[in-house]
Design a protein around this ligand. Sequence first.
Ligand code: ADP
Ligand code: MG
Ligand code: MG
Length: 335
Amino acid sequence: KAAVHPGVSTSAVATDVSSGSGSGLPLLSQRTVARQITLTESIGKGRYGEVWLGHWYDDKVAVKIFDSRDDKSWNRETEIYNTTMLRNENLLGFIAADNKDTGLLTQLWLITEYHEQGSLFDYLTRTTVDLSDLIRMTYSIANGLAHLHMEIIGTQGKPAIAHRDIKGKNILVKRNGQCALADLGLAVRFDSTTGLVDIPVNDKVGTNRFLAPEVLDDTINVKNFESFKAADLYALGLVYWELCRRCNVQAPAEEYQLPYYDLLPGDPAIEQVRAVVCDQHQRPPLSPQWHAHDALCLLSRVMRECWYENPMARLTALRVKKTISGLVEQYDVKM
Ligand code: ADP
Ligand code: MG
Ligand code: MG
């Protein structure tokens, strides 16, 4: 989409050194775009910086501004977004990255498509969902994750990528009701020619509450890339649980809650999460009401199979996507 914006000439696109990026914009054009943006309001805050609404000609964009002490995170997220063939309608659309030296400090920007509904967390706190919304959202998240996880071999290929920080705050809600995975700053890529993960993996990254049991107790096999994907699937199950609680098809929706809300304090320490998830083997409760409805019953089974203690027994993102695609057809959900 970004390549057809006004102001970026296609001849520049053709002659510049290509970034090979998911945005299709060459690096020089990325910088040009970045410097034509005006920022208007702060729309989000995360661990590593602040996200602003920006205007570029008639378009709205999101600008994530990194703390200049945190150039590592900007570098990493930019690098991941520049992975070839990354683009997918259920991954946040990358437009450009820019590092602007202003003398004393360096401004680090990451520019992406703007989604006015904000994060899934914000959305679910604010609204309930009907059955079509639920199916559309769960399907689109699985589709984005399946694309991220999949290795595609060849010149039109992409490496397998694990997200490592799946949660409602890192998923955006699009205008069409589908979701897009965002915040790729902790992602790892797998290079099948070397059989290695592309960065040194410091273990417990991510958000404590959403960490899989094998990450919490350090038994994760970091030598096998499938382990990182399996940890994403565990977190995906937690996100589905948050979504199902807000679905009003069977009964009035329950109030929004984070997973383990009744067992953990806000911002829990790793040890607290480990006690609940590893030692007590707790998982979020699957409501009996869900079992009385075929779609919610199917999603309950998906969640259970995302939460197995044995990471290799869990469903894959592709499997989840295929399972939910049955619901898309059955309920004739418009995507
Ligand atoms: P961090 O790495 O600091 O956690 P995120 O990329 O997760 O930063 O962004 C922080 C928050 O900003 C998100 O939870 C979301 O609420 C908001 N946000 C991020 N990107 C966008 C976007 N493209 N459109 C709308 N809101 C966004
Ligand atoms: Mg985030
Ligand atoms: Mg982040």
